[in-house]
Design a protein around this ligand. Structure first.
Ligand SMILES: Cc1cc2nc3c(=O)[nH]c(=O)nc-3n(C[C@H](O)[C@H](O)[C@H](O)COP(=O)(O)OP(=O)(O)OC[C@H]3O[C@@H](n4cnc5c(N)ncnc54)[C@H](O)[C@@H]3O)c2cc1C
Length: 89
């Protein structure tokens, strides 16, 4: 859905295969530099590059901390779902 809207929006230029390696964040403008040497200047920078974010240190200075929680998941056939399990859906 996001991809479809990005493609349809006239103000969005969608570029793939760019690896951001650094950024400079100022009060009115941010500039990102990519591994291929290209640079982009912007009024708004969204750091959405995941768990091992390169951009995070440029926008916040607190360290990434592990919550210590782990989730283990699995799947079972619907016909094996008990009545009690089905009620929680
Ligand atoms: C195996 C697995 C199963 C999961 N299952 C679930 C689930 O069932 N339910 C759930 O809620 N969550 C699940 N998660 C967690 C979920 O995938 C993440 O929480 C979520 O994807 C994080 O979204 P994000 O947008 O922050 O980062 P991401 O989805 O990681 O997106 C980051 C994007 O930034 C790009 N990027 C990274 N570095 C750079 C860079 N330097 N320059 C340019 N681009 C860059 C990456 O290519 C990627 O496209 C799962 C994760 C894994 C690994």
């Amino acid at each position: 859905m996001l991809l479809a809207h990005c493609r349809a929006h006239p103000l969005i230029t969608l570029e793939s295969s760019r690896t951001v390696v650094s950024a400079a964040v100022g009060p009115k403008q941010a500039t990102v530099t990519c591994a291929d040497g290209s640079t982009y200047a912007t009024h708004a920078l969204v750091a959405a590059d995941g768990l091992h974010s390169v951009l995070r240190p440029y926008v916040v200075d607190d360290p990434v901390t592990c919550s210590g929680y782990a989730a283990y998941r699995g799947t079972i056939p619907m016909e094996e779902v008990t009545h009690a399990s089905a009620e929680t859906r």
